[in-house]
Structures are given as structure tokens and as C-alpha cells.
Design a protein around this ligand. Sequence first.
Ligand SMILES: [Zn+2]
Length: 436
Amino acid sequence: MAGISCRLALRRGGGHTVKRAFKYRFYPTPDQATQLKQTFGCVRKVYNLALEMRDRAWKEERRRIRYSDTSAMLTEWKRQDDLAYLSQVSSVPLQQTLRHLSTAFDRFFAKVSGHPRFKSRKATRQAAEYTRSAFRWRDGALTLAKMTTPLDIRWSRPLSTDSQPTTVTVSLDAAGRWFVSILVEDRPQRPREVATAVGVDFGIRSLVTLSTGEKVSHPGGGRRQAGRLAKAQRELARKKAGSKNQTKARRRVAAIHARIAHRRRDVLHKLSTRIVQENQLVVIEDLPVRNLMGNRSLARSIAHAAWAELRRMLEYKCAWYGRTMVVVDRFFPSSRMCSTCARVCESLPLGVREWTCGGCGTRHDRDHNAAKNLLAVGQTVSACGADVRPQRKLSGRAVGDEAGKPIARAVGVPAPVGRGGCQTANSWKAMVFSTG
Ligand SMILES: [Zn+2]
């Protein structure tokens, strides 16, 4: 038993204001559409030029270029005859893309993510980001820099007129739909603290199984949608490259993707809100790295996308509501360990949905047992939270990610867990060091 080690990440909800993003669909006038597409083009150009400069400086002189350097270059580029068109669009999205590139390089040098890549004209999503100085928000109307009329936004959920947007992102997806995402500073109403805690197990059969025994199935007709998607993709593959029919088929594929995503998001929002409102502590298992999933089935990759999105929602909603979230490393044998006596069985093939513990004879539902184990680890870690070391920052997502709030990770967890008793600071550290 002592040989089991796992890593944990703990995140405590807290803080006063949080940033929330509200995303809406909008319908640009032909002029606005032209202007926005031109802006996307300029954003892409500036990003790619700056990326090239950074790469060259690094390769030839081992010199790191900073945001301020690229910003100065941008001024130079605008003076060049062949790049003079960059002056025709708002300069803010161009500055913002340089900031994003800078962040991408920081993350690359910190070994958090891969090397930044060039932006392609054929990218599935194009976007431009406007900060406070580049848009006007008045009486519930949003007008972007260099535009005379406000955007025609479909307010699918209310955005209070007193909220102060800090950033506005305009995007165009592969299905040809326009979206505006409005980031506001918000002071969320904290619900009262509750004493309940829950373990959440992600699965293929059921989207999640909770430690209470409740199972939630995958969002609407996952398999049927997967079938439709596969058919549309086969049709797309048969079309002649560069033909009108190929463009049409590509749009169809994009539209099915969009429909799946929309339905999924709706279900996940409701589920995550409920879980976070009802519990003070939410414990989940870390997800397998995406590229390990590369060759799996379509149904599996759709499931994976749902877990990733649910996890992200749980994370930022925990921050909004002042809840605690614990992420347990996936090498923790949550499925194979008996939640009654903590005995770990040698192997438990994926197909086995129910099993009987050889130690105490308890009959387990595979997923329910896993959720109960996650809950037990989470409760231990939450109680020992002070000993968990600070660790990397969360991914650079703006939504609900309180700036500078680190999540913590510890290596090594005492086992068996959850049967009372909290490790002392010293034994935690011993665990940390002994497992390297
Ligand atoms: Zn047992």
C-alpha cells in the first residue's frame, strides 16, 4: 500500500472580484464584416511577423525579444509601404495579439506549452481582442473602435448595464458565425457555505458518476451525433479539393461540430452549477493528456472534450462560489481500490462494471466506487491543504481564473486514505522528496 503515490492539485476558492466572460452571437452589417475580416488579417500578419522576429533573434543571437520590442516594431511596420494597410484597422487588437504572443513564449520557456505556431488563413476560428480604450459601452450598446454603429448583438442572457466590460473579443468560427465575448469584472453572490463534499468520476458509459451514486449520462444523443459527423466527414473527403462543393461540405461538418458543442455546453453548465452550488468541496480526477487519446474512437474523443469542458467549468465556478476543488492525479488507483477497506486489486479491465472486493467482500459499482475514493482523497488533502506545495499557474484562460492564484500540487499521498488522521507537515515533505 505504501508504494502508491499520486499527485494532487488543490485550488481554494477565494478572492473578491472575478472575471466572467459572456458570449453572444451577433450579426455584422456588410461594412462591419469587411472591417472585422480586415482586422483579423492584420492581427494574423502582425502575429506572424513578430513570431518570425522572435525566432530569428533567438536562433541567430540567442536573444529573447520582449513585448515592448515587438510593440516598437509594429510602429516601424506601419511605416513600411507594403505594410501600411496595418494602420487602417484599430491598433488595439494588433497590440493585444503581440501580448498573446508574449504570453505564449513565456509559457513555452516555462515548459508549460509547445512552441507558438504561425497563424493560418485557414484557421477554424479567427479573432480580434479589444481592450477598454477600443470600444464604447453605453446604454447596453457596444461599439468597436473605427465603427460608427453598435454591433447587433443577440442578448441570449442578460448582461447588466452597470457591469464594466474590460475586454471584448470578436470571433468568426468555421461555420461562418460571428460571436462577441465580453469580459466583465464581477462580484459574484457567494452562496452560503455548506458541509457537503462530492467526488466526481468521469466516464465513457456515464459522463459522470458522483460519490452519492448519481449517474449523469453524456449530453444528448452523443452516438447519433458522432454518426452524423462521421458521415459528413466522409462526404467532405470525397469532394474535389478547392471546389465549391468542398467548401459547402466543410461548412456542414463545422455546423455539426457547432451543434454538438452547443448541446454539450448547455448540459455541462447546468450540471457544473448544480454540483458547485450543492457542495463545498469538489474532488475530480485529473484527465489523461489529450495526445495520448489521439488514435481512439470518435465517441471517446467526444467524451474527452466533454470532461475537459466540465472540468474547466467546475474550476471557475468553484472560484466564483468560494468552493474548494481538489484534482487527484490519474495514477491514483481510484477504480481498483476498495472504498470500504482500501484494498487495491491487481487489475480491473475496463469492461468490468461491477466487482467484489477480495478483502471485505463488498460488491462495487466500478464508477461509484471510484467516485467515493476520489472524495476520500480529496477530504484528506483538503484537511492537510496547508502542506501542499505551490505549483504552476493554471492555463492562461481568462474566464474565472483569478490572476495569480496558484494551484498547488503535492507528490505522494498517504494511503490508505480517508479513514481519519491527517499527515503532519513533515511526513508530507518526506513523501514529496522520497518520490522525487
Ligand atoms: Zn474491500
